[in-house]
Design a protein around this ligand. Sequence first.
Ligand code: COA
Length: 384
Amino acid sequence: MRDVFIIGTGMTPFGELWDRSLRDLYVEAALAAIDDAAVDRLDSMYVGCMTSGLFVGQEHIGALMADYLGRTPIPATRVESACASGGIAVRQAYLEIASGASEVVLAGGVEKMNDGADVTSALAAASDQEYEAYQGITFPGLYALIARAHMHRYGTTREQLARVAVKNHRHGALNPKAQFQFEITIDQVLNSTQVADPLRLLDCSPVTDGAAAVILASAEVAGKLKGHPAVKITASAQASDTFALHNRQDLTHLGAVQRAGELAFIQAGRTIDDIDVVELHDCFTIAELCAMEALGIAEPGKAAALVETGETTLGGRLPINTSGGLKAKGHPVGASGVAQIVELTTQLRGTAGKRQVEGARLALAQNMGGTGASCTVHILEGAA
Ligand code: COA
């Protein structure tokens, strides 16, 4: 397998973007990434998108985006794996270059959620229709079950969950592209509207429009570019887990996250102790804690205590979700996995401004679909 580098990144603002359509968003992010990379060549492209059919009635969006990007006749492939669509789009682009099939590939992710669809039902299409959605449970409801199990098993408190949201909003306040650029307090989280007990409004990622894109290239192409310090993808791993929550041995354990993490650490020849900055899939506050435990950032049941120490806040030993995470930056579901790679590339280039992690050299992104039935983990390495 050949080495693969990130040579360009682009991202729209995240939020309620009433003046932009699905295709506008993808093309805006893709053009920004192409511009950033300063390359003309594009051999192939991917579109990570969860459910444009349900959100805006549009399918067949690989070819649609190639057309509106002015890049026909290159191969254009849509990738769908619920909220992990973006991470898997990046992985497919990575594999295409690593295999030698292509030299320069665009991996973008997009979602237009605020166009009048029944968002909760559309999102529920990523859960088990027969055993979960049909019974009336929503995604906030499924993660509420995980949160209850974590509280019961480990004594995790409501306040500890709130601290994850407070941290991510603190980071999001420093990100000019985030949907929510303001800080919140623990009291505000605890007093926000009940969504699915014990999760409240401020435990949830929001409904978001947005797109993100990266350009990946072989060493030969990346070596000729002068624009940015090279960021190498040293691991790209993917795993799956039981689809419905009731089939899990332990509701608090994210098996696909653990597996993808283990594979990624082996591929990169690194351990979690080598990592300087992390983007985790915090679709709900409890998800960040479970992902930390599955990746070995904390022992099972100990993630909440680690968050309380401040070690995962900017300035701490291992900052998590410097972008604001899905909670504050926003969660346009198919785009989030790509946006994580954009944030970490920015960190490794040393251009993250007020949210820069000093001296960041190794970064990890974890992106998952549903309640963790699909997951990718990428490890990125900046220049020494
Ligand atoms: N965090 C912070 N603020 C939020 C928010 C969130 N998650 N969601 C909405 N808000 C704010 C809105 O900006 C709005 O503020 P304003 O009154 O100042 O304009 C207010 O809360 C009400 O917004 P509204 O759109 O009416 O909220 P809602 O009740 O329709 O939706 C949720 C709230 C939590 C149900 C919705 O955000 C949601 O479904 N989130 C989960 C998404 C999800 O499941 N993603 C997939 C994960 S696997």
